[in-house]
Design a protein around this ligand. Structure first.
Ligand SMILES: [Zn+2]
Length: 258
């Protein structure tokens, strides 16, 4: 009983409704707590990586990022967009708006709209609070017992798993893919963001298909986002549903070629 009271003192169990899809989820962490964890993980990842000196790509990443961020209409995120110099084909957005792209994924994106497709999808995982949902599932009781401060101080023994739950992929040695339902929600919301931001939504299925076909060895990012027939069919239908939004947006089309 005591533990029960303690958990409620630190964590407010809330049911959140996604404004874009209407889906509901139970989350034990607050968005502020998730953002604090996201910031911590971001610092740790950046301290181990080398930032790219490619000014042109940095500028494009920043431009696409800001447009997608604005299109997300989310409050309280402290956005940052970093370009990491690495052959790895990967990208992620942590809770609170910390985004990293690896230079390795740029050629596969082909153009700005390809980047916007990846950005929209990754940002959607963060704004839909999929990390909070995963933390709730994986750590529900433990996190309540040990407390958030213990995690932030690095005292929680499952810290790499926690960071993986945030969406930082395998950067800290642990892989924890998002669920299929979360992936399809990120696809759907990502397309909405893309259309609002003014990037041609047709470029999303085009990117995933090309990326899947061109990759000889399966990069981690692709293995967690396999362009299955089912996913491509759903994406195609969703493109149709956001065309109206795209028509009334600023329309950057496919943007600059990378
Ligand atoms: Zn995803």
């Amino acid at each position: 009983m005591r533990a029960f009271t303690f958990s409620f003192a630190l964590f407010l169990v809330s049911c959140v409704t996604n404004p874009e899809t209407g889906s509901q989820a139970i989350i034990v962490t607050s968005s502020e707590q998730e953002a604090a964890l996201g910031d911590r993980a971001f610092q740790e990842i950046l301290s181990k990586e080398r930032l790219s000196t490619n000014r042109r790509w940095q500028g494009i990443l920043e431009r696409v990022g800001k447009r997608i961020a604005e299109a997300s209409r989310v409050d309280g995120f402290n956005w940052e967009f970093r370009l990491i110099e690495s052959k790895t084909q990967n990208a992620f957005c942590l809770p609170g708006g910390k985004v990293a792209f690896y230079t390795g994924i740029f050629p596969a994106a082909v153009n700005e709209a390809g980047l916007a497709a990846i950005m929209g999808h990754e940002v959607a995982h963060a704004t839909a609070r999929h990390a909070g949902q995963r933390i709730t599932l994986a750590f529900g009781t433990e996190i309540a017992f040990e407390g958030l401060n213990a995690i932030l101080d690095g005292k929680l023994k499952d810290r790499p798993l926690l960071f993986a739950a945030l969406g930082a992929g395998t950067m800290l040695g642990v892989s924890l893919p998002f669920s299929r339902a979360q992936e399809s929600e990120a696809d759907k919301i990502g397309l909405i963001y893309m259309a609002r931001a003014g990037y041609d939504p047709h470029q999303a299925p085009a990117f995933w298909e090309k990326f899947g076909a061109a990759s000889s060895q399966m990069p981690k990012f692709l293995s967690s986002h396999p362009p299955s027939d089912e996913r491509m069919r759903a994406l195609g239908e969703q493109v149709e549903s956001v065309l109206g939004t795209y028509q009334s947006s600023p329309k950057y089309g496919t943007g600059e070629v990378l």
